[in-house]
Design a protein around this ligand. Structure first.
Ligand SMILES: Cc1cc2nc3c(=O)[nH]c(=O)nc-3n(C[C@H](O)[C@H](O)[C@H](O)COP(=O)(O)OP(=O)(O)OC[C@H]3O[C@@H](n4cnc5c(N)ncnc54)[C@H](O)[C@@H]3O)c2cc1C
Length: 531
């Protein structure tokens, strides 16, 4: 049988390390590269403007890479299973390839497509390259259940061995590209060009993203990122992004590129390890700790793979049920960066504007919304993150929210001092420049008051043109009182949970300290669960 193949891009928007694409073009008589606008794929259902823009740039980049080798990215509108049926019947397509999307949210879509292909006698090629390991192998190796702590995950992953190395780009020289007739183009609603976010109904509303999508951009970006890692290895430490959280420097995060697969996670993983080996003269880095953050990503993907209720509290077997408050005013103030706590507001405003904030900023705002201050459900925070973050992933975002909030009843997380919205901000970015950048109404205040403007005497507030309650909001809650009340609620619920159900939780106090990027001095408070 001659092979006429379609590669369906969903995530994995790249040429490099794309095993499904590799196999699709191998010995194909004709080949088509396809993306489908179905209202959901690539997370478009929950997306705001910034993520839609990043996806648009990534698709444009892929389209131009395909044009350079003699083809294009065909962008169809409709239901994937129906589109592949039409392509089979009218363009003679025999093979369909795609990268595994392991999150349970995609099961229905992919099951429909697999079933349709089977009925039509088409061959399906599905390969794993969005994660380092196949999450289902981890689940099998863990006795049929996903590991619920990071430490457990690392142990299981070690049993599976090193992740595979990244594949090179495919060779395009001998590939013959298929064409789409005008009649078929009309049937499949072929987009004449990559549609902009505006063409699909998104409107720009003050957003100013700093990350640009696309494989070529991601690979360039990786080079800068590896230089930072190399400098750290030369200076004798690892995980520079964790050790020195940089709030003010140029954007260096790879998370959006990884989320859309413009960059292969396996390439990132192995490039960091090779950089380490180069600096340490061939000394092997046979440890996952060099790339511990990528293991967190795996951990959350794996946990969600067989749990369609993973992004909600009810009916989610790994989430503790908590009677959170409903307070739309507080929720809105938090979302808009109007809580009266400058560090929290700076983080929320940066996220809305640029589509990204540092991990420690995410932790600060997530604690503040949930167990720390407002006692509002993590599900509400998750919806806001889905809307604004360019790297927002169904599973990674929900997993992190559960870890930070639902695990509230872990005694070790009960430290109001460590995650105080004032002290935490001061420790992470002591100059106050970050607040000045994102909360301009506070920009002229003297440093003494930048983290706590309510402490500025009225004369100072008048002199610097920032009256609290007029130019900048009053605090919506008092951290000291709110966190004390929350602490009591946590304790009562914990006491009532005679046997806590198995839930997503931190492994130990040191992990909490590292995840929250707290200094060693916080260790005692955490261990003792000191209020
Ligand atoms: C409440 C909350 C929600 C989050 N939601 C998301 C999300 O939707 N998508 C997302 O990619 N990250 C999410 N994170 C994790 C983390 O904050 C970002 O991945 C990180 O800020 C990206 O910056 P970086 O690339 O410089 O990270 P680095 O420290 O350089 O890490 C490299 C890569 O590892 C992965 N990674 C790092 N930390 C984590 C983590 N805790 N969990 C999972 N993966 C991680 C990311 O892909 C990241 O790009 C969330 C964190 C919190 C506290």
């Amino acid at each position: 049988m001659s092979k006429v193949s379609v590669h369906w891009f969903r995530h994995g928007l790249r040429f490099h390390d794309n095993p499904a694409l590799f196999e699709a073009i191998n010995d194909a008589e004709r080949f088509y590269a396809v993306f489908i606008i179905d209202g959901e794929s690539a997370g478009t259902k929950t997306s705001g403007y910034n993520r839609a823009q990043f996806l648009y740039e990534s698709l444009c980049d892929l389209d131009s890479e395909l044009k350079a080798v003699g083809s294009q990215l065909f962008i169809f509108n409709g239901v994937p299973a129906e589109i592949f049926t039409t392509l089979h019947r009218e363009a003679g397509v025999t093979h369909l390839s795609f990268e595994q999307d392991c999150e349970a949210i995609w099961n229905q879509r992919d099951d429909d497509v697999r079933r349709t292909c089977l009925e039509l006698g088409m061959e399906v090629i599905e390969k794993i390259s969005h994660t380092l390991w196949d999450p289902f192998d981890i689940i099998d190796a863990n006795g049929g259940q996903p590991p619920l702590t990071y430490e457990m995950f690392v142990q299981v992953a070690q049993v599976l061995g090193d992740p595979p190395r990244a594949l090179p780009n495919p060779e395009w020289d001998d590939v013959i590209f298929g064409e789409i007739t005008d009649e078929l183009a009309t049937k499949l609603k072929l987009a004449p060009q990559v549609p902009t976010p505006e063409m699909q109904g998104w409107t720009q509303n003050g957003e100013a993203p700093v990350y640009v999508g696309g494989e070529r951009r991601a690979l360039q970006h990786l080079k800068s990122r590896l230089r930072v890692e190399e400098d750290a290895f030369r200076d004798g430490y690892i995980l520079p992004n964790q050790v020195n959280p940089d709030f003010l420097g140029p954007p260096l995060s790879m998370s959006a590129a990884l989320r859309f697969g413009c960059l292969s996670v396996r390439k990132f993983y192995w490039d960091v390890h090779e950089t380490y080996n180069k600096v340490n003269r061939g000394q092997s880095s046979a440890t996952h700790s060099l790339t511990a953050q990528l293991i967190w990503r795996e951990f959350f993907y794996c946990m969600s793979a067989n749990n369609p209720k993973y992004d909600q509290m009810k009916q989610n077997p790994i989430c503790i049920q908590i009677p959170w408050y409903k307070n739309p005013d507080h929720l809105k103030a938090w979302e808009m960066g109007q809580t009266g706590y400058p560090f929290i507001d700076a983080c929320m405003r940066q996220m809305r504007k640029e589509g990204w904030i540092h991990h420690v900023g995410r932790t600060a705002v997530a604690c503040f919304l949930t167990r720390g201050d407002l006692w509002i459900s993590w599900e509400e925070g998750l919806k806001v993150f889905y809307k604004y973050l360019i790297d927002a992933d169904w599973s990674v975002a929900a997993g992190n929210w559960m870890w930070v909030s639902s695990s509230a009843f872990e005694r070790q997380l009960d430290c109001s001092v460590c995650v105080c919205p004032v002290a935490y901000g001061k420790r992470l970015e002591p100059t106050g420049e970050y607040i000045r950048r994102y909360v301009p109404e506070l920009a002229s205040l003297p440093h003494d008051y930048i983290f706590e403007p309510w402490k500025a005497p009225s004369k100072v507030q008048e002199k610097f043109g920032c009256i609290v309650g007029k130019d900048y909001p009053k605090r919506i809650v008092r951290h000291k009182t709110a966190s004390k009340a929350n602490y009591k609620m946590m304790k009562n619920i914990r006491d009532s949970l005679k046997l806590a159900p198995k839930h997503c939780a931190p492994s130990n106090a040191d992990e909490i300290r590292q995840y929250l990027r707290l200094p060693k001095a916080c260790f005692h408070n955490i261990v003792e669960g000191k209020y």
